[in-house]
Ligand binder design. Structure first.
Ligand code: ARG
Length: 469
């Protein structure tokens, strides 16, 4: 439980009344922004060191404040620090605790700085690190997917696993399972790029923007920026404390990632059903039913699919918070944090779960191959056969469409049609031709760059492995 007693507010100079309890409750952010304590103390340490370097504070004052902050950091890490609601947020909790510990000299830490500065720098540090961490986790999942792609290039019988490829969720053409994995790898590679791009763009320190207009003190913003690992200081003080597009970019990269992972989830749910039977998920990553003993449910995938909703919502939420706020800081911006924490945590756990679950899942090669052969999936290959012999493709399409009609009305596959039926449709067709157009042949033929032919997919796997190092 957080303490609700009040001591004098750090900003209380002009106030004659105590803050109303409901306001205290409504205004406080310490319940969630305490998560920024590492960043807050790092920011303060860089600031106080700079104040000493430029001669604003005496070396002894810098030492006292530094030691006090390090002490507080230790206590917070150890879980012995008392967070107080009446001290509003992470910044004032730490500053007030510093005053409790080292006395009045603590008040000098806030020279040439504002809380707007603090929250902007803390949050940038957090979001930058979060973006880089999600980039790494996305890369890990890419690694897993590439190795799955490589593994399934030769199944038990040495042949690549073949999967039905769908459009409109109707069987379209056979593909390699490895090609399917490489499709997700391509999406994840752009997701990783989006996190890295965002991290690079937000790599500017707002510290020293002060309340909004800069400060008359001779501070060195380049010094604090470098000390905190930023590439440079933000170029404008109003923008430095008033902008949150770095968080929007992060949330948007999270949203796109979750859109991809929810497509993967949908396919995982579908392919692991009894009806499809393509995929057997590991017991370790599925759950049972309390009433139906036979059940093995794909909860991880369903939850991942469902959690895309909150991650999209977090982006829309912050866009709506920022929209229409006048420059520079407004308290509305305090609403920037929870959604970011939530999207970060959600993306991180979903990425980790898929990296664990996919290598433990089993693809049922016979089932996927049989499914890939059904649904007239090689009809395009028959049309291509005719077109290669000089028949205009549109005419070939019409001929094969007619054959599919004949076959489907009599419940047969194309290769089950008689020689006579095939020849009647087109003199160049025969039972032999139809039989030769297997799913394996179909896949092998698709050699265009980026296509599903085994040699192309192997190249893609090799290129991805090289890129991943
Ligand atoms: N808790 C505040 C936030 O998260 C910190 C900044 C407060 N600044 C202010 N001028 N009231 O945004």
């Amino acid at each position: 439980m957080m303490k609700v007693t009040q001591d004098k507010k750090l900003w209380g100079g002009r106030f004659a009344e105590e803050t109303a309890p409901l306001v205290e409750l409504f205004n406080a952010s310490v319940g969630f922004d305490q998560r920024l304590y590492e960043q807050d103390i790092r920011g303060s340490l860089a600031h106080v060191a700079m104040l000493g370097r430029v001669g604003i504070l005496q070396p002894q004052e810098v030492e006292q404040i530094t030691a006090g902050l390090e002490d507080i950091l230790k206590d917070i890490r150890a879980g012995t620090f008392e967070w107080r609601l009446d001290r509003e947020d992470v910044h004032m909790n730490i500053e007030a605790a510093l005053r409790d510990r080292i006395g009045a000299v603590a008040g000098k830490l806030h020279t040439a700085r504002s809380r707007n500065d603090q929250v902007a720098v803390d949050f940038r540090l957090f979001v930058k690190e979060a973006a880089l961490e999600l980039a790494e986790l996305t890369r890990e999942l890419r690694r897993v997917m590439v190795s799955e792609a490589e593994k399934h290039l030769s199944s038990a019988d040495g042949q690549p696993i073949i999967l039905p490829g769908y459009t409109h969720l109707q069987v379209a053409q056979p593909i390699l399972l490895s090609h399917w994995f490489m499709a997700y790898t391509a999406m994840l590679s752009r997701d990783e790029g989006r996190f890295r791009d965002a991290a690079e763009r937000m790599d500017e320190s707002p510290l020293g923007s002060s309340a909004l207009a800069g400060t008359p003190w001779p501070i060195d913003r380049h010094d604090t920026a470098a000390a905190l690992g930023f590439a440079r200081p933000t170029p404008n003080s109003l923008d430095g404390v008033g902008s949150r597009d770095f968080a929007l970019e992060f949330l948007s990269a999270c949203a796109v990632l979750m859109a991809h992972l929810s497509r993967l989830s949908e396919e995982t749910v579908l392919y692991s059903t009894f009806e499809f039977g393509f995929l057997t998920l590991p017991d370790s990553h599925t759950t049972g039913s309390s009433i139906m003993p036979q059940k093995k449910n794909p909860d991880v995938s369903e939850l991942a699919r469902g959690k895309a909703g909150r991650v999209f919502g977090n982006l829309m939420g912050l866009l709506t918070v920022v929209k229409g706020t006048p420059l520079a800081y407004n308290k509305d911006l305090q609403e920037d944090k929870e959604g970011v924490f939530d999207s970060f945590d959600t993306c991180a756990i979903v990425l980790k779960l898929y990296a664990e679950m996919l290598p433990r899942s089993v693809w049922n090669a016979d089932t996927t191959r049989a499914a890939a052969a059904r649904g007239y999936s090689t009809a395009t290959d028959v049309a291509d056969f005719l077109a290669r012999a000089g028949v205009p493709f549109r005419e070939a399409h019409e001929v094969v469409g007619g054959l599919v009609g004949v076959a489907s009305r009599s419940g047969r596959q194309l290769w089950e049609l008689s020689d006579a039926e095939l020849k009647a449709a087109h003199p160049l067709l025969s039972a032999e031709v139809a039989r030769s157009l297997t799913v394996e042949e179909s896949v092998k033929g698709r050699r265009s760059f980026g296509g599903t032919a085994p040699e192309r997919v192997r190249e893609a796997v090799e290129a991805a492995k090289a890129a991943l190092g």
